[in-house]
Ligand binder design. Structure first.
Ligand code: SAM
Length: 228
């Protein structure tokens, strides 16, 4: 399926440069999440990782820091985000980047694990979320774990969790910055409900996902490609 540029949020210029500072301020426990997610890949059939929407490479760095044996391919449509990731990971071997989308990957490689962290809520339509999940599934080895993190919940859960987010954000943020971002999250990002995520992942050929992490509006799930 063809994807147009307007289907993914553009991470360019200031948005790319400020990304690492942004996640620290706006995503409570982001650092903790990055520190534990490599542990969940312990049973991967091979230490080869497909990092979809790798951005500035934070999950790639977390994985390499935990275990240098991993070979990682980071995929992202934003060249500017990739360039920051390249600098961050310059001292590591077996790191590759692909500027574009998973569906455009020509390689026949099948990976031992995959991640999709903070990406799914930029995709508006469920059928496009499904085609991304399918594209990832197709590129995995049987038994490969797959970690997804993003904005999840139904409308009421999102509203309540946004109140929690408001309460725990750093005091350095101004009231108008907070309201602006909360309006954007509510009106322009595309949360997935738990039921929908389960349906989409299973339809894409994964096992039923398990929620293992939540921090305000963000949740993370683990699933895997079945072994048979
Ligand atoms: C919020 S950042 C997350 C970066 C990183 N995963 C992290 O957790 O810090 C979202 C990234 O997803 C990328 N992106 C957006 N749509 C995408 C798609 N359809 N496929 C792959 N990457 C996408 C953006 O360019 C951006 O770099």
């Amino acid at each position: 399926m063809e994807t147009k540029t307007e289907d993914f949020a553009l991470f360019e210029s200031d948005r790319a440069i400020n990304y690492d500072a942004f996640v620290k301020e706006w995503i409570p426990n982001y650092g903790y999440f990055m520190s534990i997610f490599p542990n969940l890949l312990a049973n991967a059939p091979e230490k080869t990782m497909l990092t979809v929407g790798c951005g500035t490479g934070n999950e790639m760095l977390a994985l390499k820091t935990a275990d240098r044996a991993w070979s990682i391919t980071g995929v992202d449509p934003s060249l500017e985000m990739i360039q920051i990731a390249q600098k961050k990971l310059a001292s590591y071997e077996n790191i590759r980047f692909f500027e574009g989308e998973v569906t455009q990957l020509k390689s026949r490689a099948r990976y031992g694990a995959a991640s999709l962290i903070l990406v799914l809520h930029f995709i508006k339509y469920p059928y496009k979320k499904l085609s991304l999940l399918r594209a990832i599934q197709k590129r995995l080895k049987p038994g490969a774990p797959f970690i997804i993190m993003g904005i999840f919940g139904n409308k009421a859960q999102l509203r309540r969790n946004l109140n929690v987010l408001r309460a725990v954000l750093p005091h350095t943020l101004t009231a108008s910055e907070i309201e602006e971002r909360i309006t954007r999250i509510t009106n322009s990002l595309h949360r997935t409900s738990e039921e929908e995520l389960e349906k989409l992942t299973v339809k894409a050929g994964f096992e039923k996902p398990t929620r293992f992490f939540q921090t305000t509006i963000y949740s993370a799930w683990i699933t895997k490609k079945p072994t048979t």
